[in-house]
Design a protein around this ligand. Structure first.
Ligand SMILES: Nc1ncnc2c1ncn2[C@@H]1O[C@H](COP(=O)(O)OP(=O)(O)OP(=O)(O)O)[C@@H](O)[C@H]1O
Length: 323
């Protein structure tokens, strides 16, 4: 579905050049939803705009839905759907009419476009709003209309640029339900950008993390968390002396830089806490180390980002906020 090689984009700005995307290599097969995740300014939108043929790359190649983005941009646009950050519907016409017009722009006959518009309104639960104008819709409803606009020609591949940004948590959850239904109903391959870690974690089957225009991790959320961050075991000792002894026992199970002691708390990163903790507790007991409590936690994607960059995603958002 997507095959990009060394895709690069720089922008000339006053006082220099911004390298927004620095050599993107990416292969996406049909089926699994992919989340393109990264802090503000990481290069997500620029990558998406190149893959959807809206922005020519400075160098590199991309074949999307079987078509080269540079030599046949119109061919790419005919085969994909794109839901950008800005709303795509106009202000004046009714919701259904907007969709019918969009369908006609994609070459459908007027009657086929009407049929498609009704099906799409139904799928996105917009039918009761068909006669309203887009300006009267709520943020979440308007976002659903944007998705409907991107879907009218039934693309096999749909790009969504931050589909849930700016919505309240309830509307975000609702948008997600609708997005995931597209895959069930039409087998649409979804490729979306987000900076909501939790969404990428729970909704996408593959997460591609970008930072400063480069891919820094690629895999299922589970795999990235297992490989890069590891599970966290938190042990509490009654005093600092026992904590130091607990840390010494931990050294039998984890590398020195995976063990951190903070007064009476010892944190240990391991690949599989479920296996390690019972063994650890057995050894600690036979060494008469007193442990008050022990708990395990799965890492988050933010832990993955931290392990890779030394920064949390939130810190990076602040750095890149005015980029
Ligand atoms: N038209 C442009 N002219 C100059 N610089 C640009 C342009 N478009 C993007 N950039 C810069 O390129 C970098 C990447 O921007 P991009 O919008 O791709 O990031 P992003 O990861 O999508 O961020 P966000 O999450 O905030 O949308 C940023 O430093 C941005 O300021």
């Amino acid at each position: 579905m997507i095959h990009a090689r060394k895709l690069t984009r720089s922008f000339k700005v006053k006082g220099g050049t911004i390298e927004a995307v620095r050599g993107l290599d990416l292969d996406v097969e049909a089926g699994r939803p992919v989340a393109f995740l990264g802090p503000n300014g990481a290069g997500k939108s620029t990558s998406l705009r190149m893959l959807t043929s809206l922005l020519p790359p400075t160098s590199g190649t991309a074949v999307v839905a079987g078509v080269d983005v540079v030599t046949d941009p119109a061919g790419v646009r005919a085969r994909i759907g794109y839901v950008g950050q800005k709303t795509s519907a106009g202000e004046e016409y009714r919701v259904r009419d907007e969709l019918v017009t969009q369908g006609c722009c994609y070459g459908l006959t007027r009657s086929a476009a009407r049929r498609r518009a009704d099906e799409t309104l139904d799928l996105l639960e917009l039918s009761p709003l068909a006669k309203r104008t887009p300006t009267t819709l709520s943020g979440g409803q308007r976002r659903r209309l944007d998705i409907a606009m991107g879907l009218i020609h039934r693309p096999r591949l749909l790009f969504l640029d931050e589909p849930s940004t700016g919505l309240d948590p309830q509307s975000r959850a609702d948008i997600w339900q609708h997005i995931l239904r597209l895959r069930e109903e039409y087998g649409t391959t979804l490729f979306l950008t987000t900076h909501y870690l939790e969404e990428a974690d729970t909704m996408a089957e593959r997460v591609v993390i970008v930072d400063h225009g480069r891919v820094i991790a690629d895999g299922s959320a589970e795999k990235l968390k297992g490989d890069l961050a590891g599970d966290l075991i938190t042990l509490r000792a009654p005093d600092e002396r026992e904590a130091a002894r607990a840390a010494r026992v931990a050294a039998r199970f984890a590398a020195p830089d995976a063990i951190e002691t903070d007064r009476t708390t010892v944190r240990v990163r391991v690949t599989n806490a479920g296996e390690v903790l019972p063994d650890y507790l057995r050894v600690a007991e036979s060494a008469e180390v007193e442990i008050v409590s022990a708990e395990t936690a799965r890492p988050t994607l933010d832990d993955v980002f931290l392990a890779l960059t030394g920064r949390t995603l939130r810190e990076s958002e602040q750095e890149g906020g005015d980029a």
